[in-house]
Design a protein around this ligand. Structure first.
Ligand code: ADP
Ligand code: UDP
Length: 238
């Protein structure tokens, strides 16, 4: 494993380190798994590796489709080199089927197909439990500009077009997912953070078996075994 530089930030599941290049960071994927704003935490063996490899595959796929991402290359089983971004503190969520907080908020039955898919912004703030926010809050409180809002929305839906199809072809439904963006030093709005079964919902197309972090949230068991099954279906070698 490459020697890591100074640790800049340690989040709930990943740590960010300086690299030899000031424009690039090292993302270290840990086995720590958290839910409910960090109230439920466990170490799940192999999770760091599975998510790092999963994320590398998805980020490369998205880059091939012309989506600007921070991913540069994988450095080891648990570490990836990424472009340094100034993160925008909002989470972008697209939903193709109803699940999770949407069902509670609007009384929609889990599994209802959503057409057209919805788009929601949440403020990234665990203490406030990531409240849902709208464009007006984002602009008025200076979290992003109207132009950045527009770009985040466009890119998040482009990711949906690419990934929904890819998961479908592999026998799975991409139910919903969360993306985070940031600004690269060259001024380009860029997809950051990760795409892995920790930050999306994936169901088996036929059985609707849950294949994502809901297995951890809901104590369904076989969490990482199921992440590996998703990876294998997508052709990711672990
Ligand atoms: P959290 O902060 O929600 O606990 P993580 O444990 O995943 O999340 O920590 C990773 C942190 O790194 C997140 O806060 C994320 O916004 C940030 N991050 C992801 N990609 C980059 C990047 N390219 N540059 C700077 N920060 C990043
Ligand atoms: N999500 C995430 N991080 C968050 C909040 C949500 O990765 O801090 C993902 C979550 O895994 C799901 C989607 O965003 O795929 C929508 O989550 P939802 O709003 O339903 O919230 P939850 O039910 O997870 O609290």
């Amino acid at each position: 494993m490459m020697p890591l530089g100074e640790e800049l930030y340690s989040g709930k599941a990943k740590s960010v380190f300086r690299s030899e290049n000031p424009d690039q960071y090292i993302l270290h994927f840990r086995d720590d798994t958290s839910a409910f704003d960090g109230k439920k935490v466990e170490k799940l063996s192999d999770k760091g590796k599975v998510n790092n490899l999963f994320n590398a595959f998805i980020m490369e796929l998205l880059a091939e489709e012309g989506i600007p991402t921070h991913f540069i290359k994988r450095l080891s089983d648990t570490d990836s080199l990424v472009k340094k971004l100034t993160m925008i503190p909002v989470e972008c969520v697209v939903r193709n089927y109803a699940a999770g907080s949407l069902c509670k908020r609007y009384g929609i039955e889990e599994g209802t197909a959503i057409s057209p898919p919805t788009f929601e912004f949440f403020l990234k703030n665990d203490e406030l439990h990531d409240p849902m926010i709208n464009d007006s809050h984002i602009v008025s409180f200076g979290w992003a500009t109207q132009e950045q809002i527009q770009q985040m929305q466009t890119l998040t839906f482009r990711v949906n077009d690419v990934l929904k199809k890819r998961f479908d072809e592999a026998g799975m439904l991409l139910v919903d997912y969360k993306l985070e963006f940031g600004m690269a030093d060259n001024g380009e709005l860029t997809l950051g953070d990760e795409f892995s079964p920790d930050g999306c919902r994936i169901w088996d197309k036929t059985t609707r078996n849950k294949m994502d972090k809901d297995r951890f949230r809901q104590d369904l068991g076989n969490v990482i075994e199921t992440y590996k099954e998703v990876a294998q279906r997508l052709g990711i070698s672990l």
